[in-house]
Design a protein around this ligand. Structure first.
Ligand code: PSU
Ligand code: MN
Length: 304
């Protein structure tokens, strides 16, 4: 992997020592948030991971080179290209962007694959993809990846731009447990709850590390999903959000926006329709998830 992967020195040192490392994705930078808030959110998330005692590794592809730990200049480079010609990379896209020596931002699916190949077991982000409302065949590659790659994803669940009950069913089919961290209900990104139950509630980093260790002992080659609600102080007004989300979903359908373009388009439309209020909640939950993931990584490293 050494020629294909370029490791940040801090990440290489932590991995060599069995120290705590948390992978972070780059599609949230290029396709999830606008510039310059995307770069600020990515840097704040790295700081949150560090403050919990772990090393962040933001994963991305620049000119066909995979970086396991982008530096600040590289995050700025990708961040400035938000909405431009950076390929959004899930499993199918990875060989294409490498062969073409292109720039690529990794989704949850793409980041899980590269993190696993790099020897990183934990990954924090904002939201996972899912089944699109009204499009039962537009199922994010994230759900299949969670079923086949042994990485633990810490997120705030999935946005209600998606069909959450269907998303929950596909996760179950793929053998992916949904763990609630400090909650009995699966969170719905901006909203702390979705009405859907979790498979297990955990309240401490040590108990989360114990589940990861048990998965490892069984040799299961599948992932775990740990869901963390948005911090209460940063949550948006649920009615305003629901109105924005249903308007955005209807507009996307009317304009024929689908496939990989659907999630980025809906995300940016919701920011506009909420006058940017959803952006603040997004940044807050990213930081909080980075902090929780750092704490779980630290607890896991102590068990070695
Ligand atoms: N949900 C968010 N923000 C995001 C994404 C999802 O709230 O930035 C990104 C993630 O990278 C996720 C991807 O893996 O969108 C899912 O895209 P698709 O539905 O095309 O699989
Ligand atoms: Mn899709």
């Amino acid at each position: 992997m050494s020629e294909t992967f370029c490791y940040h020195p801090d990440v290489a040192a932590a991995l060599a020592d069995g120290g705590p490392v948390v992978a972070l994705e780059s599609t949230v930078i290029t396709h999830g948030l606008p510039y310059p808030q995307n770069v600020a959110a990515a840097m704040a998330m790295e700081t949150a991971v560090r403050s919990a005692g772990a090393v962040p590794a933001t994963i991305g592809i620049i000119q066909g080179q995979v970086y396991i730990g982008l530096d600040g200049d590289q995050i700025e480079y990708l961040g400035q290209r938000a909405g431009q010609d950076v390929r959004k990379c899930s499993r199918r896209d990875l060989p294409l962007v490498l062969a073409c020596r292109g720039d690529g931002a990794t989704t949850v699916a793409g980041t899980m694959i590269l993190a696993h190949l790099a020897g990183i077991e934990l990954f924090a982000t904002g939201g996972i993809g899912g089944v699109h409302r009204g499009h039962p065949f537009d199922v994010s590659a994230d759900l299949a990846e969670l079923g086949r790659t042994p990485v633990t994803v810490i997120s705030s669940g999935a946005k209600s731009i998606l069909d959450l009950p269907a998303t929950r069913e596909v996760l179950e089919t793929n053998g992916v447990p949904v763990i609630g961290y400090g909650t009995d209900e699966m969170p719905a990104f901006f909203a702390p709850s979705s009405g859907l139950p979790v498979d297990l509630r955990l309240d401490t980093p040590e108990s989360a590390a114990a589940v990861i260790a048990a998965r490892r002992r069984l040799g299961l080659q599948s992932g775990l999903l740990i869901t963390v609600p948005v911090p209460a102080a940063a949550a948006c007004d649920p009615e305003e959000l629901e109105a924005a989300i249903s308007q955005a979903t209807q507009e996307a359908d009317a304009q024929g926006i689908h496939g990989p373009a659907a999630t980025p388009w809906l995300l940016s439309r919701v920011v506009t329709l909420t006058d940017g209020r959803s952006l603040e909640a997004n940044a807050a939950l990213l930081q909080n998830n980075g902090r929780v993931a750092g704490q779980i990584a630290a607890a896991l490293a102590k068990q070695h």
